[in-house]
Write a protein that binds this ligand. Sequence first.
Ligand code: HEM
Ligand code: NAG
Ligand code: NAG
Length: 318
Amino acid sequence: MAAASSRSASLGLLVAAHCALLLALAGGASAGGVALSSTFYDASCPTAYDVVRRVIQNARVSDPRIPASLIRLHFHDCFVQGCDGSLLLDDDLPTIQTEKNVLANNNSARGFPVVDDIKAALEHACPGIVSCADILALAAEISVELAGGPRWSGLLGRRDGTTTNVESANNLPSPFDSLNVLQEKFRNFNLDDTDLVALQGAHTFGKVQCQFTRENCTAGQREGDLKNLDQVTPDLFDNKYYGNLLEGRAQLPSDEVMLSDPTAAATTAPVVQRFAGNQQDFFRNFAASMIKMGNISPLTGKDGEIRKNCRRVNSRGY
Ligand code: HEM
Ligand SMILES: *[C@@H]1O[C@H](CO)[C@@H](O)[C@H](O)[C@H]1NC(C)=O
Ligand SMILES: *[C@@H]1O[C@H](CO)[C@@H](O)[C@H](O)[C@H]1NC(C)=O
């Protein structure tokens, strides 16, 4: 209960935008079943938020990059057959082919042991209650807050899928995609230009391997060498990312195209300008876009399952 009330107290100025969005999304989601809800675990696992937060706090003592790595997992989960925890499944052939080895994830997506630690702590606190898909959503929200970004009350109640989709994972946004292609990949999930610009703002923290940068390791590094995505405030969740873009210091080609593509001036560039000039505006939009992204095709009600081990479907044992 303490967790729930401290969260509602923190909502502050986000509350109005959030409620409007919640109503809109609830209407849409009810067609397929039960809508997600910000109070989903209040009765069944009131400590869920605090448990997830404590594990992430501990993990980032030895690995300050963990918050960035965790929010990226939620993105790569939601963009592949919805926010169903499919990204977390390990190979279990022939039934399950893991998504972890596709180009966007191999030697790149990280933080899986921390997800395991969160799951273990939650199974101890409230066995069989909190899904792996919701762990990623909660971890994303908490990671942004711990790095100094906006707080919002995420929607919960997702259940875990029992399949992966490697073909779809191979189609995750690439750093070398053109603006058109990025826009299309986001529009497929009802995410518009403002969502695209806001969500890429997550590149305000975390790291990138030099072969994905515009520099392409030409400053003498070897493939795999890491650079900060935000060279001004590398571990802080703020709006400096947009200032970097405007100064020509975007790390990824996919960051840069939001300004330099011939069609950007009429679409994404004005949003970059806006967020560079107003952090509160960025924070509000980022929270709203994260809620939209977290609402991509969730399994709810009796669909899916609550995995006991995030790496395996329950029928395969754990
Ligand atoms: C527009 C499409 C996007 C593309 C093409 C893209 C691409 C990338 C690439 C290439 C990396 C570096 C990976 C590596 O070097 O191993 C990266 C890192 C990262 N991305 Fe994105 N990204 C996109 C959108 C997003 C979104 C929507 C989020 C979250 C809301 C996000 C959050 C992050 C974070 C936090 C990192 C650093 C992770 C770490 O340090 O472990 N990205 N992204
Ligand atoms: C993933 O990375 C490993 C280690 O670098 C490499 O051996 C393997 O071929 C890669 N897998 C795929 C599917 O590209
Ligand atoms: C980066 O440089 C390597 C080595 O010169 C090259 O093989 C690769 O194609 C380059 N990558 C891009 C995206 O241009």
